[in-house]
Ligand binder design. Structure first.
Ligand code: CP3
Length: 374
């Protein structure tokens, strides 16, 4: 992706600088809030930094007592997600408590199936559940898509705008969405699964129909993420959490082309592509318009560096379970990881932080990265 971005407008292409905010009518205004800590964005754009920036996937959530207290006072998860003031509060909690270098907007990847016509429920102790799933070509026909579907997610854009204002430039704000394959998994299965075999069945039995559904999800996700950028997101991360259930061929046929379309459509801010478990296709992911390639914990940073070179920006990848170790071990494992990656790295875990991770351990991880120097 080019560093100076172009926006395709009906009136001709517009050249944009990073930090330009553009609405759907191609009206450009510039962000007035200057970032006080732009380490994360500088690293994402491939610039040299004095140390790696650090944040954690799923940092806004159950590891924080402040989150648990607020969550317990509400009707449920969806109230938190759908109330911009609350989503904003929870987004900023890890910035205050952990001192991370980026905030990620509090929301969920499942708002996209809901916007397309399949509402989700979040069942305490069990996870997501969809009372209605996709069962036929007709069901796919019926789904809303594109801007029309994305327009139903105003509460996310309001939360981004409010959070951007409340952060007041302390750190950049990450917007996100699920990758089309991961969203397809939930739309067909209706809940989590170890194998996602019901979802994979469609890829083998009716690939043309699978592509039709994937394209509808992609069109919606593009409209959704572009509106997130217009609302203030400084970087976009695409989570393909279940990519690891696909063979290399299936991944390159049913997952990667759609991630590529999404990344190519986001031109004003950097994009991170995180396809967990797609260790077989890292060069292809890097080539799919990704500024940053996210790595799960199974990948060895030294080997990935050999494959992708020293200049590719990488994100990850400490095993989330490493944070169950004592403080000295967490410190040494974090330092070893940072040494292996070298510069052009954003420190993170290899997947979301587990809810029962000791908060002190998370702080040791963050502080170790912040004390590190290249
Ligand atoms: O801090 C952050 O990263 C921002 C918030 C965020 C949530 N979900 C909040 C959440 C983000 C980025 C997500 C993404 C998400 N949601 C993914 C992709 C990332 C990944 O971990 O692979 C996926 C697969 C989901 C779907 C989802 N949402 C599941 C499977 C679950 C239940 C399991 C679990 O982790 O609890 C959720 C619920 C959810 N999303 C919670 C939070 C804080 C827990 C809900 C609660 O408060 O009880």
């Amino acid at each position: 992706m080019s560093q100076s971005a172009y926006l395709r407008c009906p009136s001709g292409n517009k050249k944009l600088k990073y930090n330009a905010v553009v609405d759907r009518n191609c009206y450009t205004r510039y962000r007035t809030i200057m970032l006080k800590n732009d380490l994360f964005l500088r690293a994402a754009k491939g610039e040299k930094t004095e140390r790696p920036p650090v944040w954690l996937m799923r940092q806004a959530g159950r590891i924080l007592p402040q989150y648990r207290a607020l969550r317990a006072s509400l009707s449920g998860f969806k109230e938190l997600v759908e109330t911009p003031e609350l989503a904003c509060e929870v987004t900023i909690q890890p910035v205050d408590e952990l001192g991370v270098d980026a905030a990620i907007i509090f929301s969920d990847i499942l708002v996209i199936p809901e916007a397309m016509g399949l509402p989700y429920e979040m069942i305490p102790g069990k996870g997501p559940f969809f009372p209605t799933t996709i069962k036929s070509a007709h069901d796919i026909e019926q789904l809303l898509s594109g801007q029309e579907a994305a327009d139903t997610l105003q509460y996310v854009y309001d939360a981004l705008r409010l959070t951007k204002q409340e952060l007041n430039g302390r750190v950049p704000l990450i917007g996100f969405a699920g990758a089309p394959f991961t969203i397809l998994c939930y739309m067909l299965e209706g809940q989590g699964s170890k194998t996602f075999s019901k979802a994979k069945k469609l890829l083998y039995q009716d690939p043309a129909l699978a592509h039709k559904l994937l394209q509808k999800i992609t069109d919606t996700t593009i409209a959704y993420l572009q509106t997130q950028v217009a609302a203030g997101a400084d970087l976009i991360q695409v989570f393909d959490s279940w990519a690891g259930v696909l063979t290399a061929d299936s991944f390159r046929t049913f997952a990667l082309p759609y991630m590529q379309q999404i990344a190519a459509s986001i031109e004003q801010v950097p994009v991170t592509l995180f396809a967990k478990g797609a260790w077989h296709s890292l060069p292809q992911i890097a080539a799919a318009n990704a500024n940053v390639v996210g790595l799960g914990w199974l990948q060895n940073p030294t080997e990935v560096r050999k494959l992708l070179g020293d200049k590719q920006v990488l994100q990850g990848n400490l095993d989330p379970c490493a944070l169950y170790a004592d403080a000295a071990t967490v410190r040494s494992m974090t330092t070893t990881m940072l040494d292996k990656f070298g510069p052009h790295h954003i420190a993170n875990l290899g997947h979301g932080v587990y809810p029962d991770t000791p908060l002190d351990s998370v702080k040791v991880f963050v502080d170790t990265v912040k004390q590190y120097r290249y």
